[in-house]
Design a protein around this ligand. Structure first.
Ligand code: FES
Length: 125
């Protein structure tokens, strides 16, 4: 649920998120603790998730900001190969099939990508 008390946060320029390109990584506070997150663009829509696999709570990128599988169709966890559907973060293959990444609401406006804090996910101040 959006936190009406906290303004949307600028994440990057829209052009920084290329179709199936490198992720923009950022940090949020989850219940007061720093948590890594990332945003990518798929099918011309920007999406963002915590960088935390639903199998084991590990960071998923095989190199910093590299989240795509070979075909650039799925977000892949480099630890055991779980594949996530970019639009909804659902695991479609791998050891946590059916589980989901933690989504972060983002919007684009005037060439900027913004993420929207919630009670759970807050900006670092
Ligand atoms: S930690 Fe991601 S698939 Fe196991």
């Amino acid at each position: 649920m959006p936190d009406a008390n906290v303004e949307p946060q600028r994440l990057c320029a829209s052009g920084d998120l290329q179709e199936c390109g490198d992720a923009v990584t950022f940090e949020v506070l989850e219940h007061g603790h720093s948590a890594p997150a990332f945003a990518v663009r798929y099918d011309n829509v920007a999406v963002a998730y915590l960088n935390r696999c639903a199998h084991v709570p590990a960071e998923m990128d095989w190199l910093p900001g590299q989240f795509w599988d070979q075909d650039k169709r799925f977000i892949i966890c480099s630890v055991h190969g779980a594949l996530y559907d970019p639009p909804n973060g659902a695991c479609v293959s791998g050891p946590c099939r059916g589980a989901k990444l933690v989504p972060i609401a983002i919007t684009e406006s005037d060439g900027e990508v913004l993420w929207h804090p919630t009670e759970r996910l807050q900006p670092l101040f």
